[in-house]
Design a protein around this ligand. Structure first.
Ligand code: BES
Ligand code: MN
Ligand code: MN
Length: 459
């Protein structure tokens, strides 16, 4: 397996060019104008999996965007690793804040800049290239399946049904995912948890039409004012969420575990200066690392209403809107939280205001055990390629389909992410380090090797 470094060195340019070809296709799942590009991306991935050595590769159409499935079965008695990833990307706007166009990938400062460079085309494609290496060098120790979807960024709505309908095709021992980040290039970490998500849109209505703010102002409730007042009541002065029952099921983390978690390398000054903020701001009694991993939170993601054009227009708007997300932790249930939010938010409405709450996608939180074979195999793989021990770390982000895999396919997931928090995922100038791309390709085959060894020792 020492050959993996040489193989990467020999094929570096091609590995990069192939990723660039994928990054050039604007596979924006949220925007129906790009549906053809999304579909084309699925076809390209299918071909790449075939070329890399899959015996079977297919594009499955769904009610939404297609799912790519591929496999190479060496021997049914061997363990099976299934790679999950997504080829869809977030919309690139605001476009004017990109240094180079989002779908014209380029390398600057040893980083690949493009929408999807890290999330998740770059991280997903490392698996295709690691697979190519293992097949070409007869180093593939077990069976492998790939399931690459095109709807992750919009809630994976077709994938649950797809899993239900293809349980035996998708059966596997472990699901391997690279769609998270690590602490730093010299401080590798393995993600042991993801937060859940409840995402709602609220519509607040006052009068039946926009009114003159002089004629009516002061006598009729203004929905923009009302919405701001309602939102400001969602957190108290300790930055705790005020929704009744919100914390009832939150898993309490032992002081030992909190202590261990806070030993992870983290520099508050670097954190603040990277974001150009003078102070951090969060729930009283918790550190920044805790606030972004073991504690739930609530954020307004967007808010609008009334006149926002040039100059001034005197108007008392009829409606105001906001999109609100709540990040959840074990053992909160996203449907329950959505209901608690809705009931409470409606009650917060002042006189003369009507409220409508529409739930969007959501998902459950996820945690993995560090004692499991899959975690241990991943840890050994990082140690081998990075030369240092990887640190277990819970992430603040969400991949709502992962808990569902466990429910439907009865398989655990291992989250071997190689991104960095500074990669600007979902933001302008998204990027992925060349180091990270190639290090990922180098680390993955070791996971297959150690996992297969540990699995056979177990039996
Ligand atoms: N890859 C991210 C999730 C992520 C990011 C995990 C950083 C850990 C660290 C994923 O593509 C994503 O963006 N998920 C969404 C949720 C989804 C339902 C849109 C998220 O976390 O906001
Ligand atoms: Mn992702
Ligand atoms: Mn994402």
């Amino acid at each position: 397996m020492q050959g993996v470094k040489d193989y990467i060195e020999t094929h570096k340019e091609r590995f990069l060019e192939e990723l660039f070809d994928l990054l050039r296709i604007p596979s924006i799942s949220a925007d129906s104008a790009y549906a053809k590009d999304v579909a084309k991306t699925a076809q390209v991935i299918k071909s790449k999996l075939q070329e890399a050595g899959a015996d079977r590769a297919e594009v499955f159409s769904t009610k939404g965007h297609p799912i790519v499935f591929a496999e190479k079965i060496l021997n049914p008695s061997l363990p099976t690793v299934m790679v999950y990833g997504h080829y869809d990307v977030q919309p690139p706007d605001p476009l004017d804040l990109w240094t180079s166009p989002p779908f014209e990938p380029e390398v600057r400062d040893s980083k690949i800049f493009a929408r999807g460079a890290c999330d998740d085309k770059g991280q997903m494609y490392m698996h295709v290239k690691a697979f190519e290496y293992m097949v070409a060098n007869e180093e593939l120790p077990c069976n492998v399946k790939f399931m690459i979807e095109g709807e992750e960024e919009v809630g994976s709505s077709s994938l649950g049904t797809f899993c239900e309908e293809h349980k035996s095709m998708l059966s596997c021992d472990v699901i391997l995912v690279s769609d998270t980040s690590m602490i730093a290039n010299d401080v590798p970490s393995i993600t042991t948890g993801l937060r859940g998500l409840s995402y709602v849109e609220v519509e607040v209505t006052g009068p039946n039409r926009d009114l003159h703010s002089g004629t009516y102002g002061g006598a009729v409730a203004n929905p923009v004012n009302a919405l701001c007042e309602m939102i400001s009541q969602l957190k108290d002065d300790k930055n705790q969420i005020t929704i009744p029952g919100f914390y009832d099921k939150v898993q309490v983390i032992s002081s030992d575990e909190r202590k261990a978690m806070n030993e992870a390398p983290f520099d508050l000054d670097t954190y603040k200066s990277a974001l150009a903020i003078e102070e951090v701001n969060g729930e009283t009694g918790y550190t920044t690392l805790e606030r972004t991993s073991i504690r739930p939170t609530l954020d307004v993601n967007g808010i609008w209403g009334g006149y926002t054009g040039e100059g001034a227009k005197t108007v008392l708007p009829s409606k105001a809107y906001a999109k609100i997300s709540m990040r959840l932790v074990p053992n909160q249930n996203h449907d329950e939280i959505t209901k608690l939010f809705s009931d409470y938010f409606v009650r917060l409405a002042p006189d003369g205001i009507k409220v409508k709450v529409t739930p969007h996608h959501g998902g459950q939180p996820y945690v993995t055990e560090v004692s499991s074979i899959e975690y241990q195999a991943a840890a050994k793989a990082y140690k081998k390629s990075f030369g240092v021990d990887a640190i277990p770390q819970r992430s603040g982000g969400s991949i709502p389909i992962i808990p569902l895999f466990e429910e439907v396919l009865d398989s655990k997931t291992v989250l071997m992410g190689f991104g960095l928090d500074s990669d600007n995922i979902h933001s302008p100038d998204e990027n992925y380090g060349l180091f990270n791309y190639f290090k990922g390709i180098e680390t993955i085959p070791y996971f297959y090797k150690y996992y297969t060894e540990m699995k056979s020792d177990e039996n």
